[in-house]
Design a protein around this ligand. Structure first.
Ligand code: ADP
Length: 271
């Protein structure tokens, strides 16, 4: 790999002495390479649905006198536009959360609502696979942050839990608190699990254990990257435990917002 430098040489007067400035470009080149990779990945991901759509549009034109075929192609066009829409949506969310700037307007957020809303948004997908979704654990917990982003993050985890699980299984969202002042929200599934060698990479943008499966289930490959950045922005972290063939547990750990402490009673007694 090696390191990269720019070197500038400037004469110091007429006495033959020179000033040598060396600037380490290694980090800059690394960031630039990541950016280029990302743009290449995005272009590739966009090409698939766009290509499919234009092919389908062509085909449907030629099938105008076969209403059944037209219906079939229209349904597939609909599917590809949903995929395109998901990708654009996820890219926009990611660009909102991956920068270093702090949350714009953090507010107290009730986790009961976040859990219920995430579960609601996934209910149709779960029912289609006869997967039972449940919420358990402590109620009334609050954190400080952005409710919509937290809901998106939790929904991504539940979405994945459903997508990577077989029919007739269970997904559980569980909330609890730790002694050191954090909330832990876990999402546990009984799905295919993640090979140990992939565990440390799944939070990278567009990293997928099985790209074909991810696309089949409508995945954009950005879900966990969004989860990671949303959690980091809230002063927390996300971790994963998984065993191939038996399931996975993702844990969001966030600083607990303690309930407003009761105001000390102003004492009227004298003495
Ligand atoms: P995708 O859109 O592909 O699901 P994500 O960023 O959400 O993208 O997840 C990255 C990859 O991590 C997935 O492609 C999948 O291989 C793996 N993964 C995520 N969640 C789970 C899970 N609950 N069970 C098994 N594999 C998972």
């Amino acid at each position: 790999e090696g390191r990269w430098f720019t070197v500038r040489v400037a004469p110091l007067g007429s006495n033959g002495l020179v000033l040598v400035l060396a600037e380490d470009l290694t980090e800059m080149r690394r960031v630039e390479a990541i950016r280029r990779d990302f743009v290449a990945n995005v272009s590739h991901e966009l090409k698939t649905p766009v290509g499919a759509l234009s092919l389908l549009a062509e085909t449907v034109e030629g099938a105008a006198d076969d209403p059944e075929a037209v219906r079939r192609f229209a349904a597939r066009m609909q599917m590809e536009s949903v995929r395109l829409n998901n990708l654009v949506q996820d890219l926009m969310t990611l660009s909102r959360v991956q920068g270093a700037e702090p949350l714009s307007e953090p507010r107290p957020v009730a986790l009961d609502g976040v859990c219920a809303e995430s579960l609601d948004r996934c209910q149709i997908k779960a029912s289609a696979k006869n997967i039972e979704l449940t919420i358990a654990g402590e109620e009334g917990l609050r954190v400080r942050g952005d409710e919509e982003l937290l809901t998106t993050a939790l929904r991504n985890l539940v979405d994945n839990a459903i997508a990577y699980s077989p029919e007739n299984t269970r997904v559980v969202i569980m909330t609890s608190t730790t002694d050191d002042g954090f909330v832990e929200i876990t999402v546990t599934d009984q799905g295919i699990g993640i090979p140990e060698s992939d565990l440390e990479r799944i939070f990278e943008r567009f990293y997928r254990v099985d790209p074909a499966r991810s696309r089949r289930t409508g995945g954009t490959g950005l879900g966990l990257a969004i989860v990671k950045h949303v959690t980091t922005k809230h002063g927390g972290e996300v971790t994963v435990w998984s065993k191939e063939g038996s399931g996975s547990t993702f844990t969001l750990r966030l600083p607990l917002l303690s309930p407003p402490s009761p105001q000390p009673q102003s004492s009227t007694a004298s003495g």
